[in-house]
Design a protein around this ligand. Structure first.
Ligand code: ATP
Length: 229
């Protein structure tokens, strides 16, 4: 579904997030090559969302930089142009559109032809097990179905860096496996996939695991060193 995308690398350099005096993320250096599924774990309030929002260009860091392929990202617009997408913790579907329409809105907005956009959305909804519900209004879907539909919207965008905040929090075991398999496939297609989760089972298939503890990062399982050739 997601082949053919050039490989990418995501970099954070001295990345720090503060809210007033509170340090949510202490300075972090990170290089994540395409092909990587990275889990970011840690207890509630440890800084996972702050890291993802800063990586997405949607939260201006108090220090440091984010880069994609060596270019500094300073805004959401720049991030989108570089192929960086974020699934926030609260999914972000338009409740009065169908699952399919939610996907189409996102893909068509990037200038993709309607037939291609439609095919991508159908593929993405199938990958998360929502083929039969694709014409249901988002507000008629269960919490877990809404979460999977929001993930499908992200998959259909064919982004290069996918940042997902607690993407499996509403899912049963079978659907969690389905979603993790779809994210694995994105990484295998050359993308960077970063999943923030406090679910150990969601972190288990990741290539590497970064743990945050009161905003300080350490590796539970380190990334393989180096950048892609
Ligand atoms: N907008 C904000 N203003 C002030 N403090 C904030 C803000 N957002 C987050 N924080 C604080 O920053 C710290 C990190 O929060 P963050 O949401 O990044 O953690 P998290 O690991 O994603 O938590 P959870 O798993 O509960 O979503 C917390 O102490 C939180 O209270």
């Amino acid at each position: 579904m997601s082949g053919g995308r050039p490989t990418v690398w995501l970099e954070a350099s001295g990345l720090e997030v503060r809210y007033g005096d509170r340090v949510a993320l202490h300075p972090l250096d990170l290089v994540v090559p395409g092909g990587t599924l990275l889990a970011v774990t840690g207890s509630s309030g440890s800084g996972k969302s702050s890291l993802l929002w800063a990586l997405s260009g949607g939260l201006r860091p108090s220090a440091g930089t984010v880069g994609v392929d060596g270019s500094v990202i300073e805004s959401r617009e720049q991030a989108l142009r570089a192929g960086v997408v974020l699934l926030p913790q609260a999914g972000g579907l338009v409740s009065t559109l169908t699952a399919e329409e939610n996907g189409l809105v996102g893909v068509l907005a990037t200038g993709v032809e309607p037939a291609e956009a439609g095919a991508r959305v159908v593929d993405a909804l199938a990958a998360v097990g929502l083929d039969e519900e694709r014409r249901h209004l988002a507000e008629e879907l269960s919490g877990g179905q809404q979460q999977r539909a929001a993930i499908a919207v992200l998959l259909a965008s064919r982004a290069r860096v996918l940042l997902l905040d607690e993407p499996t929090s509403e899912l049963d075991a079978a659907n969690r496996q389905r979603v993790l398999a779809a994210l694995r496939a994105e990484a295998d297609a050359g993308c960077v996939v970063v999943v923030a989760t406090h679910d150990p089972e969601a972190a288990e298939p990741a290539d590497a695991e970064l743990v945050l503890n009161e905003g300080r990062a350490s590796w539970a399982r380190p990334l393989a060193a180096g950048r892609p050739a």
